[in-house]
Design a protein around this ligand. Structure first.
Ligand code: CA
Length: 224
């Protein structure tokens, strides 16, 4: 059965474009262009995932997200027009599963939708670009060959792969990966990335899976 994606977006061209890309990737979609009707539509139609714009006429996306979380665990990707808002949104603990910033490429959105659906379904290994990551066993393979990752390398790779296209700064990586370790520096992150790349390149010397974004951080390039 096709997964139905709700696009809550008041820019008609953008909503239609997203719909086209989702459809081409095998999803059904439905567009709602204002905030007040979203919650009741979700109750009635139980979509597989919601792309929720924050600035919607009628009711804003943050309120809608909180309201939906009171009755549903449906995956929600919040869409914001301001990248600096993402940290603030994370602090509010709205219960959203991911955040994406405008302007974005529709392909990136589709990659995120797939990634969120994958990780919100229990027990499924993460697969992308020849990589298979099994969270339960911490085992990672690339084109069928074992990557032999340490726990930290596994978590680092998982973080990047689960958010294809998203750039993580070294600070964000440190906050997410090394919570229990006290002495971590930018160089620790760089050194783990280096080891991770070396292991990937042992299997595919041409691999560009993990990309450096100059003076910003790192990202995983989605399969497009
Ligand atoms: Ca909007």
């Amino acid at each position: 059965m096709k997964e139905n994606i709700l696009i809550a977006e008041d820019e008609p061209k953008l909503a239609a474009l997203l719909g086209d890309y989702l459809k081409a990737s095998g999803f059904d979609f439905f567009i709602i262009a204002e905030g007040t009707g979203v919650e009741s539509w979700v109750r009635e139609n139980k979509p597989g995932l919601i792309l929720l714009d924050i600035m919607l006429p009628g009711k804003d996306g943050m309120e809608i997200c909180k309201a939906i979380r009171a009755f549903s665990r449906v995956p929600i990707i919040m869409v914001t027009a301001r990248i600096e808002e993402i940290d603030r949104l994370l602090g509010l603990e709205l219960g959203a599963d991911d955040y994406i910033c405008k302007p974005f490429s529709p392909r990136e959105v589709v990659a995120r939708v797939k990634a969120v659906l994958r990780r919100t379904r229990d027990g499924q290994a993460i697969q992308a670009q020849g990589l298979v990551l099994d969270e339960k066993t911490y085992r990672a393979t690339f084109h069928g060959r074992n990557l032999e990752l340490t726990a930290v390398e596994f978590k680092l790779l998982q973080l990047l792969v689960e958010h294809p296209g998203r750039i993580f700064s070294r600070q964000q990586i440190m906050n997410k990966i090394y919570q229990e370790e006290r002495f971590v520096s930018d160089r620790t992150v760089d050194s783990h990335i280096k080891k991770l790349r070396r292991k990937i390149e042992l299997i595919d010397p041409q691999s560009t899976l993990i990309q450096s974004v100059y003076s910003v951080g790192y990202k995983f390039e989605p399969d497009l």
